[in-house]
Design a protein around this ligand. Structure first.
Ligand code: KIV
Length: 277
């Protein structure tokens, strides 16, 4: 049975921490799912860590749907959240509905995530009324980096901290089933987590959120262009992959790979026939 939003909300009530990771492809989603992670985000971070864009802003619906389908094929148990790309939910409620429905109907996700607080609450309300579970996302919202002045922690001034607290309450009231808090000071994240009844999922938001989300490429040490302060590397796969590729290259050049162990044989008689003609 696949994890549901009710299961996720009950984890907060039981004070059971909620681990969440991003995934962008079949193989990784399968491993994350088999490792028991209950929530998988097909994040628009794929624009940076998979597609090599400088930010998440160029990511399109087509790209998101392509990767969402692959993740859904790989993960059979986790609840899969599709991240709505830049400007696919701001223009109107009907655009938000149309694009969110694509994640559910075409992509096979069970929920969508959108960035922003009060500004998107009319969309959150309508999507949830129409049966599409929504995860909110406040704090550092990467789709707004030009407005925010870069990838910077948010909520360090009284005005912004107050607004983030209000945004969290508004998102809950609009029907969101959980909220990502990105790069908010730990004490503020704690306060928000205490104030709302739905789970908060932190990334760079301190230890007191109900759950934690990380970009899989960061925790595996795969994406090395930029390593965020909040990412702990549990493996150094980029180093291992480069070493494996260098070894393969050296073996091909020195003719020590492939050997007959990695090759196919054929009947001697067939070879004789072929060489005779
Ligand atoms: O796109 C993403 O990976 C995200 C997480 C950082 C929460 O939005």
């Amino acid at each position: 049975m696949r994890v549901t939003i009710t299961d996720i909300k009950e984890m907060k009530q039981r004070k059971e921490k909620i681990p969440m990771l991003t995934a962008y492809d079949y193989v990784t989603a399968k491993m994350i799912d088999e490792a028991g992670v209950p929530l998988i985000l097909v994040g628009d971070s794929l624009g940076m860590v998979i597609l090599g864009y400088e930010s998440t802003i160029p990511v399109t619906m087509e790209e998101m749907l392509h990767h969402t389908k692959a993740v859904v094929r790989g993960a059979k148990k986790a609840l899969i959240v599709g991240d709505m790309p830049f400007m696919t939910y701001h223009t109107s409620i009907s655009d938000a509905l149309y694009n969110a429905a694509k994640f559910i109907q075409e992509g096979g996700a069970q929920a969508v995530k959108l960035e922003g607080g009060e500004i998107v609450c009319d969309k959150v309300r309508r999507l949830t009324e129409c049966g599409i579970p929504v995860m909110g996302h406040i704090g550092l919202t990467p789709q707004s980096i030009h407005q925010l002045g870069g990838f910077k922690a948010q909520g360090k001034t009284p005005e912004v901290a107050k607004r983030l607290l209000q945004d969290a309450c508004i998102l809950e009231e609009a029907g969101a089933f959980s909220i990502v808090l990105e790069c908010t000071p730990a004490p503020l994240s704690k306060l928000i987590t205490q104030r709302v009844g739905i789970p908060t999922i932190g990334i760079g938001a301190g230890p007191d959120c109900d759950g934690q989300v990380q970009v899989i490429s960061d925790i595996l040490g795969l994406y090395t262009d930029f390593v965020p302060k909040h990412a702990k590397q549990y493996a150094k796969l980029a180093v291992e992959i480069k070493a494996a590729v260098a070894e393969y290259t050296a073996e091909v050049k020195s003719e020590s790979f492939p050997t007959m162990k990695e090759s196919y044989t054929m009947d001697e008689s067939l070879l004789t026939q072929l060489t005779a003609t």
